[in-house]
Design a protein around this ligand. Structure first.
Ligand SMILES: *Cc1c(COP(=O)(O)O)cnc(C)c1O
Length: 430
């Protein structure tokens, strides 16, 4: 029986047998024991499934990955050591040197650097386009060697909504998958696979953990993309892998399992960005209350956004759940029960006043973080996005005066009072 999302948050991924631990066991072991070399050889050949070395796979991680797969409505998934590793693996699993990927420019600064600097050095080419692109504009970004489109459901920190259905349709028209980073929306508010996305990634460091306790990432495959129908583009999935005795992932593991099996067998084997089982356990504690927390984060985010909109000392507010916001219609479509707890805004007086205002906050802390139970704020232009030129900043939807405020689980009125006193203290004029 298909369970509702709240029940999956609490119980998904792991069902103990008679007399087994109620909570997910932490398998704190690098390695696993076998009776014969032959047993182990089958694992190495991907002829049998099982564990042999935690650099590739660990049972604790797999319980938690399975829960996230159920939450996203996918067919297979894996945990990674960070959100950065998840996005790198998701893209590099299908785009190698000489290939090209289309991404929206309004994405997380770390992902932008990964694509625009580091993956370019590895020979992967990127074209960045606006999340507001029309079908014709997306079409125009395609090249013969394009292997995927990438976007964020709700961009961090620009809070731009991504039109999943549109981008999925165009991606599929050109025979490539759509990869979506669903970190900000979480599967509670949006399930991109239901709208046509093929691969979903997460920085689990954010809402999924939600307590600022464990860095991590996840990749989920929707299991619908037909790799073999585009075998010329995806040779890594559709031709024999010499490092695994010539198996072909797409035929051996099908649409449902090929992507994650290849990603584990090749990328996790070779790069080893595995999540520690301890972190996976902590992540699961966060997942158990995800549905309860996300609703409160959104409630607080909306209350704070409404207050900011009403205070004349605030230059502008960006919150897709706010009526009148440029992305309100998309937010209503893709995230009808709420968007996220993060609100972006500018204070009058620009960059200097923004910094003075932030220093005056007492309940909200200055941190390079979002989506934590404790409210925090950040000035991206001088921190996460400081590598970007002014032009790149504007393309990423980050103006120099942008303050990113992540509303936690405190009382919304305490957050609003804190903002008011900090605006007073910084003598910000209406
Ligand atoms: C934080 C974040 C990342 C990177 O995740 P880490 O866990 O910090 O490596 C990627 N995408 C989005 C949308 C993020 O917010």
């Amino acid at each position: 029986m298909d369970k509702r999302i709240e029940t999956i948050c609490v119980q998904g991924g792991y069902t103990p047998g008679n007399g087994e631990p109620r909570q997910i066991p932490i398998i704190q072991s690098t390695t696993f024991k076998y009776d014969t070399s032959d047993d182990m050889a089958k694992l190495f050949d991907l002829e049998a499934s099982g564990y042999f070395y935690t650099r590739l796979q660990n049972p604790t991680n797999d319980y938690v990955a399975k829960k996230i797969v159920q939450l996203e409505g996918g067919t297979a998934g894996m945990l990674t050591s960070s959100g950065q590793a998840a996005n790198f693996y998701a893209v590099f699993n299908i785009a190698n040197a000489g290939d090209h990927v289309i991404s929206t420019s309004a994405i997380y600064g770390g992902t932008y650097n990964l694509f625009n600097v580091t993956m370019r050095k590895m020979g992967v080419d990127f074209t960045f386009i606006s999340a507001d692109s029309t079908e014709e504009e997306i079409d125009a970004a395609f090249k013969p060697n394009t292997k995927a489109i990438f976007g964020e459901t709700i961009a961090n920190p620009a809070l731009k909504m991504f039109d999943i259905e549109l981008f999925a349709r165009v991606a599929h028209k050109h025979g490539v998958p759509l990869i979506i980073d669903n970190t900000f929306a979480t599967p509670i508010n949006c399930r991109p696979i239901e709208w046509g996305a093929d691969i979903v990634t997460h920085s689990t460091t954010k809402y999924l953990d939600g307590h600022g306790a464990a860095v991590g990432g996840a990749i989920v495959d929707g299991g619908k993309f037909d790799w073999m129908a585009h075998a010329d583009k995806f040779s890594g999935l559709c031709t024999p892998d010499d490092s695994y005795h010539g198996i072909t992932y797409a035929t051996k593991f099908g649409k449902e399992g090929a992507f994650i099996t290849k990603c584990t067998a090749q990328l996790m084997r070779d790069f080893g960005s595995i999540q520690s089982p301890q972190n996976a356990f902590i992540l699961n504690l966060g997942l158990e209350s995800l549905h309860v927390r996300v609703a409160r984060h959104c409630e607080n985010g909306l209350a704070v956004a409404k207050y900011l909109q009403s205070d004349p000392r605030i230059a502008w507010v960006k919150y897709p759940g706010l009526e009148g916001d440029a992305d309100y219609a998309l937010a209503q479509k893709y995230c009808p029960s709420g968007t996220c707890g993060v609100v972006s805004f500018g204070v009058k007086g620009g960059r200097a006043k923004a910094e003075e205002f932030m220093k005056g906050l007492k309940v909200v802390a200055i941190e390079t973080h979002v989506a934590d139970a404790r409210s925090c704020c950040l000035h991206p232009a001088s921190s996460t996005h400081r590598q970007l030129t002014d032009e790149e900043l504007y393309d990423a939807g980050v103006s120099p005066d942008l303050v990113r405020l992540s509303c936690g689980l405190e009382n919304a009125n305490d957050l609003i009072d804190d903002i008011k006193q900090a605006l007073d203290g910084a003598h910000i004029q209406a």
